[in-house]
Design a protein around this ligand. Sequence first.
Ligand code: OGA
Ligand code: MN
Length: 277
Amino acid sequence: MKVAHPDTRIGAIATGIDVRALSDADWHALYRTWLDSIVLVIRDQTLTIEEFLAYSRRFGRLKPHRVTRTRHPDHPELTVMGVGTRKPDGKVDRAVFERGGGWHTDSPWDIEICKATQLHAIAIPSHGGDTLFASMYDAYDTLPERLRARVENLKAEHVYGGRGRRGNELLEPDDRLRPPAVHPIVRTHEETGRKSLYANPYHILRIQGVSDAESEELIAELTDHMVATTAQYRHKWQVGDIVIWDNRCALHSATGGYPIEEKRIHWRVTIMQDESE
Ligand code: OGA
Ligand code: MN
C-alpha cells in the first residue's frame, strides 16, 4: 500500500490495495490515515454493491438517506447519485444535477451526528465534476480571537436546505416539515480530540440565543472565514475511486460544470457515529 499526501492538513490518496482483502494492520493504518487526513481516497477498486456496503460498515452504522427517491430499491442504505438528471419532459432536474453543490457538511439536519460519507465512482464525465473539501480544524485554528470568543458557546439550528430550503424538493413532503437539528458551532472531535467549526453554510437556519440580524451577520462572517481556509483538497474523480470524508471536521462542495449529457454516477453511503439511533 502507498499513501500520498498532497497537503499535510487534508487529503490522502492510497493506491496498491484491495479493500475486500485488507489485513488488520492495513485496515488500522487506513483508518488512522483517514482520521488524520479528513479525506481518504482509495484508487482502482471494482466492487459489487454488497462489497461496497460491507467495506463501508467497517467505519460504522449505515443510515438510509432522508431523500428516499434516490435510494437503491434493494439496498436502502445505498443512495445512487447522478441518476435522473433530466425529468421525463427532458428538462434538467436541477435538484439532482446540482446535488452536493455549495459548501456543506452532510446531514447536519439530523439530530444524530453523521460521521462520514463514502462515495464509489461508477461513471465520471470527461471533464468537470470535481469535489472540493476544506478542513474545519484549520478554520477553527485560524479563527480571529474576537469571533472565536463570540461563537465558542453558541449552537446553531439546521434544516435540509437551510434558509432557502434549497434542494428540499428531493424530500418527501412530510420530511420538509421536520424540526431543526441543533448542534454546537464549535465541536470537539470524538476520536481526534481536535476542535473544529461546525456551521454549515448550506443547511444552517439560524444561530440560537442571538437576534435574527446578529445570526445572519455571524453566519456570513463564519462562512467567509470557513470557505477561505487554505487547507483544501480538490478531488478529480476516476472510475473506481472510493472517497470517504469526515463530516465532523470538514466542508465539501461539488463543483458541477460537467456536461449534462455525460454520466456522473456515484454509489453513496451515510455513516453514523453512534451504533444505535
Ligand atoms: C454528497 C456530496 C459531492 C459530489 O454526496 O454528499 O456532497 O461531488 N457529493 O458529488
Ligand atoms: Mn454532501
